[in-house]
Ligand binder design. Sequence first.
Ligand code: P6P
Length: 345
Amino acid sequence: MKILPYQPDQTNLAYSVGMTLDRFIKHKQSDFPFASGELSQLLRDIALAAKIVNRETNRAGLANIGGAFGQTNVQGEEQQKLDVIANIRFMRALSKGGEVCAIVSEEEDAVIDLQNASGKYVVAIDPLDGSSNIDVNISIGTIFSIYRRKTPAGSPITEEDVMQPGNQQVAAGYVLYGSSTMLVYTTGCGVNGFTYEASLGEFFLSHPEMNAPKDGNIFSINEGLELEWDSIVQAYIRSCKERKMQSRYIGSLVADFHRNLLKGGIYIYPSTQKNPNGKLRLLYEANALAFIIEQAGGKATDGSQRILDIQPTSLHQRTPLFIGSEVMVDEAVKAYSRATAIPAV
Ligand code: P6P
């Protein structure tokens, strides 16, 4: 019997299709000597749900699943049919995957206890953010945070398990259903982006080791609310305009965040009269993106403190959000620190 060592192809006849998300997760798992594969499996479960939601968002106009569902969620926001579908898909994938004990979802008033005694992880998720854009074919996204449960496995889920500050996340990511569908995530060792190849049903590594430019020339804010901002935000945005910066606001957080992560920029959703604590939710929007932006070298604050250090006090609490390139975030909020600084005696 003849045995030869494998020789990688030298003919270049068959181009490499690249590193799949599955292989990357498995490869990176070796970075965690005590990893037992559960987090890897959880990330694969999320990717599976993302593939299904991607298919359904792409078919929305054809499958009569666009438009309003006819109910409002706990936020008092009108649910789109795809909000409900995405929530079902992610809840089902997470419960069947077996790694999760509890879920906090934008679409669920209460914490969902999966009664899974072996589940080590808690997932906070916005299944489909920006869904009001679905019917006009603008990019939308999924945002997720992953925490280790604090209480012993098999014991009842408690507030201690789900009301953890963002600095306790073990992983976080988003899916952008856009001109291409991407999954971007971190486990605390940098940020990597994967682009979905639908013909193969796989996410492939397309943006390794993503880094946010330290400074930028793009500001993203809903200028229709200018009269509701405080004077500090008004002054900062005025200064951006005086410096001829670019205003780019899609009205879809994941899309605005992703562009600013790649090109440099700042996204601001400040306190407004309608939303004095900001509009975006801490547990399943701000925390995940704050983890990602910090891992990519950027910053995220509520104007006075690091988003990741905020101790949650309620499940669906909102927070003002200044997130993006380090220099821009520092500049946008420095006036707050001056305003709140204790005057020298
Ligand atoms: P506004 C979508 O509803 C969302 O949560 C984010 O995706 C988006 O950035 C923001 O709200 C848009 O809010 O008040 O500018 O329409």
